[in-house]
Design a protein. Structure first.
Length: 258
């Protein structure tokens, strides 16, 4: 489905999962949901000049005319770049509706003001690879959940965990680890060792942090089941239907083995 649209967010909520939006500031200072640094990939009705521009160079009145659905299929034709406030409005009165807020080019004070306006302080999961930004956000909204995402080699991940450990993982609700698939039929199926992932998941659980794993660009349910065996308590995924089925299967097997 097209990313960063209101329609996709509604689908996610209906299926009990949490969508992610990437936040950018338009030329006229509106916070919208859009991932890329320019308009070349997504809009199907943008001219050549517009495709070279970024969201930050155009006012929202122009951006909202762009079709950001058709590139994923004609069944999504007509979907538009939404204001993040339109998603917040759909979350009001529905505390179970969560939303990952991935910050691209946004004024933090302006975003915090919107979060307070719509009363979704506990529903917007502030997401960044920078620990200091999470800490900064928690000063604005202490009750807000956060996610620190981490990719890289085992050595690089160790350093990132050490940084969080020095601060006793303070202010981190979810900690995400990118899991790249090597060969699911091997004893070591991932590039980061299963031993490292298992130890990390155990430590995070002991510290009250939710261990989230992202099987990178993987639609094989076996990867999700292996991550669950290692202690994953949450997933990030581009394949929500595959992930939901894998979690259901894992839980059924665990129940039947009792």
């Amino acid at each position: 489905m097209p990313e960063n649209t209101l329609e996709s967010a509604k689908w996610a909520w209906q299926h009990g999962v949490t969508p992610e939006v990437d936040l950018r500031l338009t030329k006229d200072k509106q916070i919208v949901c859009f991932h890329d640094t320019n308009l070349g990939r997504v809009p199907s009705n943008a001219d050549k000049k517009t495709k070279k521009l970024s969201v930050e160079k155009l006012p929202y009145d122009e951006l909202k005319t762009l079709d950001v659905g058709s590139f994923r299929g004609e069944q999504y034709a007509g979907e538009r770049i939404p204001l993040v406030s339109s998603l917040f409005a759909e979350m009001q009165g529905h505390p179970e509706r969560m939303l990952y807020l991935d910050i691209k080019t946004v004024d933090m004070d302006q975003l915090a003001e919107l979060v307070h306006k719509y009363g979704v302080e506990r529903q917007g999961i502030f997401t960044s690879t920078h620990y200091n930004l999470l800490q900064d956000w928690k000063k604005r909204i202490p009750e807000a959940p956060t996610l620190l995402w981490n990719g890289g080699t085992e050595e690089e991940l160790t350093k990132k965990l050490d940084e969080a450990r020095k601060n006793n993982f303070e202010g981190i609700t979810f900690l995400q680890i990118h899991v790249h698939i090597k060969d699911l039929d091997k004893e070591e199926p991932f590039e980061v060792s299963t031993g490292f992932l298992k130890r990390a998941a155990k430590e995070l659980k002991e510290r009250g942090v939710i261990c989230q794993m992202l099987p990178w660009e993987c639609s094989d349910p076996r990867a999700y089941e292996k991550c669950l065996e290692l202690g994953a308590e949450s997933f990030a995924t581009d394949y929500p239907e595959v992930t939901l089925a894998a979690v259901k299967s894992f839980r059924e097997k665990a129940q039947n083995s009792k």
